[in-house]
Design a protein around this ligand. Sequence first.
Ligand code: GLV
Length: 299
Amino acid sequence: MKTLLLTHPLPAKGFADAVHAIDPQLPLLEYRPGLADAELADVVAALGWRFPDGVAARLPRLSWVCSIGAGVDKLLVPELPAQVQVSRIVDAEQADGIAQFVALMALRHARDLPAYEALQRARQWTRQPIGALRCHVGVLGMGAMGSAVARLLQAVGFQVSGYSRHSGQSLQAVLGDSDILVCALPLTPQTEGLLDARAFAAMPRGSYLINIARGAHVVEADLIDAVRSGHLAGAALDVQRREPLPADDPLWDVPCISITPHIAAQSSPQTIALQFVQGWRCLQRGEAPHNRVDRERGY
Ligand code: GLV
């Protein structure tokens, strides 16, 4: 009975060390291409981020998949048998980190920092009129991440509206009201490509997008058009459809789009290990692990 580590592109060693610091006997197997079926035959759990192609179908005894992140989209592969339970890490520190990153990017935009940086490069000391922060922020997705984002943005002076499936508001109304739009949605078939030309057209002229969820929420070609045409002021994308973002991707060349390599916040290996070992012990007792996701819903 062992656990397969699927942490790539993060090195598995940090996770294995953190798990073994809590339970030195817990059997772990680091995934590598070329593992034989015989080595996978007694894998009952998987801890990681994404299934490499075809691997889920080669785990006949798999009963639990634990995501090392908040999102489970890359683990819900079609070949995952229906009875396999899927859970995720729920980490208030990660949510706080995400909220800090969003606040940083929202304030950077709202306080015109890029313009002052350009002035500095030109050695120009020029004061512009400074108004009170009157930006309205729409937060799409009010789960653990979105709620933390909304709280912190409110605390630093933004007016915030949250949107979720159950908020009763129409998406179009939230988009139309958002000087800054934050995407904190889970990636599901319903939310993939939600931020497209139509959504950007519904946002006010000069508005700004911050995406800390998944790159596939955004139709990137439409975003580039919306920014290049001047309808959107820009975007901060911590996530992209293709990660790592290839050097020739057109997103790199749009001056008002900030690209960061999916670093807004991660749970520490220690937090992940603690929650994983708790889940493992539940599994041994025949109980369901905590923080299970609804596989139908996708989060
Ligand atoms: C990171 O992207 C996560 O899902 O936690």
